[in-house]
Design a protein around this ligand. Structure first.
Ligand SMILES: Nc1nc2c(ncn2[C@@H]2O[C@H](COP(=O)(O)OP(=O)(O)OP(=O)(O)O)[C@@H](O)[C@H]2O)c(=O)[nH]1
Ligand SMILES: [Mg+2]
Length: 190
């Protein structure tokens, strides 16, 4: 499957009509700074162009909708776990993410959960996994930034995550290196 077109539609912070139109959503969730926006850029082949990424956590602050191939939305979510404006700001973002993920009209409930290969699973991710399982989302886990790991570190990290997450496929990846990007694209938009 090729990406023929991708463009930014809008960013939302609460309920919006975009949640009720007919296009299916593929949502990218994960802790702040794990590379959600970078993974989307690599998938749509826009280099660093389409989606804004940042060195500092907390770059994405709204739920951003990108229309892909005039068929579906890639939804770039703000990262959880980062305390913009302290605990209160963190809780606000968490609530925004959960409201989006549990919205009754959202379809088809496919979620790409992005993890940082170096950091692995955190309690914030365990919390998110419980929410995703509880809502029967179809989840693909992308273990990003594996360019930072050597073979044995990667094997160890994968084993640790598979042990805790035996129910979802784990896809080792690097948005920087973009190896296996075609394979990931097939899985994400299949
Ligand atoms: N080494 C390496 N760096 C990466 C990779 N993917 C993303 N980064 C870097 O990680 C930082 C964060 O990337 P973003 O894509 O903005 O992360 P995000 O998850 O969207 O962050 P928030 O919007 O803050 O939640 C940037 O400096 C990226 O260049 C990767 O595969 N390898
Ligand atoms: Mg982002």
């Amino acid at each position: 499957m090729k990406i023929k077109s991708a463009h930014f539609v809008k960013g939302i912070v609460d309920d919006d009509e975009v949640l009720r139109d007919k296009y299916p959503h593929i949502a990218f969730v994960g802790r702040s700074n794990v590379g959600k926006s970078s993974v989307i850029n690599s998938l749509v082949g826009s280099g660093k162009g389409l989606v804004k990424t940042g060195k500092k956590p907390g770059k994405t602050t709204e739920i951003n909708f990108f229309k892909v191939n005039d068929k579906y939305y890639f939804v770039d979510l703000p990262g959880y776990g980062f305390a913009v404006g302290g605990l209160e700001g963190r809780e606000k973002i968490r609530t925004m993410i959960i409201e989006y993920l549990t919205h009754a009209d959202m379809q088809p409930r496919r979620v790409v959960l992005v993890l940082d290969g170096k950091v692995g699973l955190t309690d914030f991710d365990r919390d998110m996994l419980d929410i995703l399982r509880g809502n029967n989302h179809e989840v693909l886990v992308v273990l990003n930034k594996i360019d930072k790991l050597n073979q044995s570190e990667l094997a160890k990290q994968l084993a640790a995550i598979r042990y805790e997450v035996p129910d979802f496929e784990i896809f080792p990846y690097s948005a920087l290196a973009e190896k296996r990007v075609k394979e990931l694209r097939e899985k994400v938009i299949a």
